[in-house]
Design a protein around this ligand. Structure first.
Ligand SMILES: Cc1cc2nc3c(=O)[nH]c(=O)nc-3n(C[C@H](O)[C@H](O)[C@H](O)COP(=O)(O)O)c2cc1C
Length: 201
């Protein structure tokens, strides 16, 4: 079986975003993991409108062309790491909208989070865990939380994420969790598909 493919989804799109720093840092570490392939998926490249379909794509095919491509893109992956900015104690609207624009493509795949902000994006990450459960994902325990002191120091150029040891350790644990669940669930989905084909024959 081929290596699981993991997407790092960049969860904010504003021009002045901080998201690029955690994205590049976590991608660099994840790419050193022997068991996974890694790709950055930037929501800036996916100009999805505010959700405007007759139903979730779990129930009715989406009409919007970007949404159709987005669903195909998400289907390519076996696991996800989201960068999670916290806006008013919640995930960004652009990330929630992008999540809503796919459905089955998220199912039975792990979700991990790199949060940042005053409390390391913890409130946004906890909400994203609940959303992930509804999407039949497996949100993993380990997470990165870049809290205020480190966040400000990196934002102001006084420190680099790669030099902050406790964050490097958290990143390694997160990536190990996502890689493990991605491998296990990829095999389980493949077994389900074979069983389904046998039943249909
Ligand atoms: C609309 C808005 C609301 C915010 N609310 C919070 C918040 O509730 N908690 C927090 O820790 N930071 C909050 N912040 C500060 C963000 O953590 C900070 O701007 C961060 O850089 C946002 O991520 P981004 O730059 O990748 O978009 C907020 C920022 C914005 C723009």
């Amino acid at each position: 079986m081929s290596k699981p493919k993991i997407a790092i989804i960049v969860g904010s799109t504003r021009a002045a975003r901080f998201a690029d720093a955690p994205t590049q840092w976590i991608a660099k570490i994840a790419k050193t993991h022997a068991d996974i392939d890694v790709e950055i998926v930037d929501l800036r490249d996916w100009p999805l409108p505010f959700f405007d379909e007759v139903a979730s794509s779990a129930w009715a095919p989406s009409q919007n062309e970007v949404a159709q491509r987005w669903q195909k893109k998400i289907a390519e992956f076996d696991g996800f790491i989201f960068t999670a900015a916290e806006y008013n104690h919640a995930p960004t609207g652009v990330l929630k909208n992008a999540i809503d624009y796919a459905a089955n493509e998220w199912n039975k795949k792990p979700a991990g989070f790199v949060g940042y902000g005053s409390v390391g994006g913890a409130r946004a990450v906890e909400q994203l865990r609940l959303i992930a459960v509804e999407l039949q994902m497996a949100p993993v325990k380990s997470a990165v939380h870049i809290a205020w002191g480190d966040f400000l120091a990196v934002r102001q150029g006084e420190k680099k994420l790669e030099d902050i040891e406790h964050l490097n350790q958290a990143a390694a644990a997160l990536i190990n969790d996502v890689a493990w669940w991605a491998k296990v669930l990829k095999a389980a989905r493949a077994a389900d598909a074979i069983a389904g084909e046998a039943q249909a024959a």
